[in-house]
Design a protein around this ligand. Structure first.
Ligand code: FE2
Length: 351
């Protein structure tokens, strides 16, 4: 009975999410590491539902397979799309491990009792602020909220002290953002967690009045660079990745870090969890241990993803503003709720 009720709820949710799910340019696709699946059960292949960046996970999973010999089949999608798929598949899900860009999708699966407990040795690799208080999954990367601004249009002195200030009428028509993405929705969830629903609603109403919506953080950054809007809300790595490519989409811009535990200094946790329904629990636990361990974190640090490492004391890529200088607010990731946020954004007319 409970399963039926869960499924019905999940399907309704997935319909609502389908129109809004927009990851970082990734459609659904699949691939696998390793060349054969022969061998004992300890070497049998496992399936990863991946909502993180495909290139990054291909590197991390490739290193895991090289070290352990365990083949990993990867299915790619976006955060809430895959979370809803796992919930809908229930006990029959082929997924052994789920990784996301942001934590609300982890919380959705967790709310349906979808995760097995994470091994203690794995939890020990990650500081408590980068995992939920219930330890049902663990963080393996982090991304920082930033305000990208056009240096020809805004001086540093004119920048807002808080992300909440962007709801002020003086920013009318000046704020770029990407409301359909899981990234922005995670930022809204942090605003709501820190400021409450009433203030969150006022902020969303202000953004609706002031904001210019774009599809994707990269498009927001480009619009700021081109002078379409003077400022934009994005995650840090879009800006740091751009010079490594052509640099054409960021050369007129700088990043503003809100710091001071502002909601705008929110660092979003990318989660990894072992599914309760996994038929290969030991290997699945091994993968999560690897992702948060020294080798996995070093792959992340060395990669062009330019997301923050969070585990095993592996320093983040040197190009980045140090994580410990961001003065991010401490938020229990398990308190970030996607459904509340999506409803609030729909009520505000943003979604
Ligand atoms: Fe992204």
């Amino acid at each position: 009975m409970r399963r039926t009720a869960r499924l019905a709820g999940a399907l309704v949710t997935s319909v609502a999410i389908a129109a809004t799910a927009a990851a970082c340019g990734s459609g659904s696709s699949s691939s696998s590491t390793g060349t054969s699946s022969a061998g004992s059960d300890a070497k049998s292949p496992i399936t990863l539902y991946n909502a993180q960046h495909e290139d990054l996970m291909a590197e991390m999973v490739g290193a895991f397979t090289k070290q352990t010999g365990i083949e990993v089949k990867v299915r790619n999608g976006s955060d809430l799309e895959m979370a809803n798929q796992i919930v809908a598949e229930g006990e029959n899900s082929p997924a052994d491990v789920f990784v996301t860009e942001n934590s609300p999708a982890m919380t959705l699966v967790d709310s349906k009792s979808g995760f097995a407990p994470i091994a203690a040795a794995t939890l020990d690799q990650v500081p408590s602020r980068y995992r939920p208080s219930n330890n049902h999954w663990v963080g393996f990367a982090a991304r920082a909220t930033v305000l990208v601004y056009n240096t020809k249009q805004v001086s540093a002195a004119e920048l807002p002290k808080s992300i909440m200030d962007l709801a002020d009428p003086k920013w009318k028509g000046k704020v770029g953002y990407s409301p359909t993405g899981a990234d922005f929705q995670a930022i809204v969830s942090a605003v709501v967690a820190l400021k409450g629903e009433a203030e969150g609603k006022r902020w969303l109403d202000g953004l609706k009045a002031n904001g210019v919506a774009f599809q994707g953080n990269g498009t927001v950054m480009k619009a700021v660079n081109d002078g379409q809007v003077p400022v934009g809300i994005i995650y840090h790595y879009y800006w740091y990745q751009d010079p490594a490519e052509a640099g054409d989409n960021s050369s007129n811009t700088k990043l503003h870090f809100f710091r001071n535990e502002d909601p705008g200094a929110f660092t979003s946790v990318s989660g990894a969890g072992v599914l309760a329904s996994s038929k290969h629990a030991a290997q699945a636990q091994q993968l999560v241990e690897f992702l948060t361990g020294k080798e996995g974190q070093q792959v992340l640090s060395d990669s062009t993803a330019l997301e923050y490492t969070v585990g095993s004391d592996v320093p983040a890529n040197k190009a980045l503003e140090p994580l410990d200088k961001l003065q991010a607010p401490v938020i229990d990731p398990s308190k970030l709720n996607s459904q509340t946020v999506i409803t609030m954004m729909q009520d505000a007319g943003i979604l």
